[in-house]
Design a protein around this ligand. Sequence first.
Ligand code: NAP
Length: 487
Amino acid sequence: MKICISIVEKTLEEAVASSKRAAEKSPELIEVRFDHITPLPDDLTGFKEIQVPKIATLRSVSQGGHFSGSDREKAALFRKATKAGFGVLDIESDSPLLTHASRDFRGADTICSHHNLHLTPETAEIVEILVSNASKGNVTKAAFKVNSVHDIRSIVEAAMVFSSTENDFILLGMGALGEMTRIHAKRMKCAFTYASLEPGKEAAPGQIDFDTLRRLGDEPVITGITGFPLDHSISPQMHNSAFVQMGIPGRYLSLPARDEEMEDLLELATELNMRGFNVTIPHKENIIPLLDDLDEIASRTKAVNTVINRNGEFIGTNTDVFGVARTFESAGVQVKGRRVLVVGAGGAARACISHLSTNGARISLVNRTRLRADVLANDFQGVQVVDRGEAEKMPFDIVVNCTPLGMKGFPDELPISPQVFRPGQFVFDTIYNPGITRFLSEAQGRGATVQSGIEMLVHQAIKAFEAWTGKSPPYDVMAEAARSAMG
Ligand code: NAP
């Protein structure tokens, strides 16, 4: 993949110094964003000795840059740039300078660019923009703010359609969700993509640093997570740390998607050859009809937290069940014949009960919505639905919280009365942030042994990583990344 490093510096001296540092990394191109330098520089001869092909850009405020001057000032800067060896000029599609650019600017090549900082139009409109601008410059460029998985799909589709015209083009999505379009620039047949010199020096939102893009190469291993909303997820930090530590050219992306976008996501996963993705609230159950098959664990659990792309077929599995098993195992707790109270009846409860039921536990289930608990109990052996009042009087060896109550961002309330806790019990909260919830501290205060959801989180992630890559990430790398992501 061809990469252009964008230089964004406030002074001419810094821009020249950063361009020299960028050239040492051997990118295919360097772009200097002159609109970041105020006042506009006069003497550009410092750039002459930089041998990498250079693009001069003076991005207008309306297109997401800082330049608010006249066309005359723009033309003057471009003339100086071409004298200093800039062979390519980025000129916005509505600029009159495009008309005689070759004559006015010493035969420099032009990129005719268009930016929408707010939204991504539908595929047909993107193609129209590219077609209409293709005749105005040597390369046509369009960049759109990506707000959804559907937007990413529109961009990828437009690239596939426009690439048949044989015109050189650059098409990308701005913002964190646009990352996919930058990583896959080559697959999308773009002439090149942009990178920052280093993290923190981005010229546009969502730009990836050069070293990361080079590490990912042309055939990156792409995985990720979907759910809605996804702000709380620390899975990207865990998986991306493992990719880096293990030297795998991979990236785990955050792909927030609403119900109606799940099909877009599967299409995108096919088009961009994603290895698979994790699934979280609210899609663990509703994704099932969209998949080609479920493995034995997902069929039993009737919830999917991991999708694997096996040669274009999407297979659902549930690595949360493995995370639960490892949690009990590492605490040295046997579940066979033990009396267990599970609080909650969503995806996490299904994973817990799937493990407990297969291993002979005697399970009582309490949930805010009785009907949901009844449906869950029907799917497993040996699960008795009880109400809160009953549960509080019963003796349990193990108590598990599978509700979000107590999680960061949720009410700090107990999902069940502390009367259920007693000495010698094993109390497990599936919540991992905070590490010690009120549920766990109340249990600890009454003599129980407690365990947070961090073990479950790390082990479900390890199992998913293995399913996608065939390689096992070190536990410590993922656990450390999870802890530092939680601060
Ligand atoms: P879910 O499918 O949305 O289910 C949430 C459950 O909590 C439902 O039974 C719901 O009851 C109950 N609930 C929600 N708000 C409640 C409230 N205010 N009062 C009483 N009950 C309430 O979610 P999930 O996927 O099972 O996740 C639940 C929690 O498990 C998450 O918050 C997360 O911390 C944890 N989890 C941890 C891991 C891990 O790896 N450690 C993995 C997955 C999940 P209703 O049926 O009445 O709505």
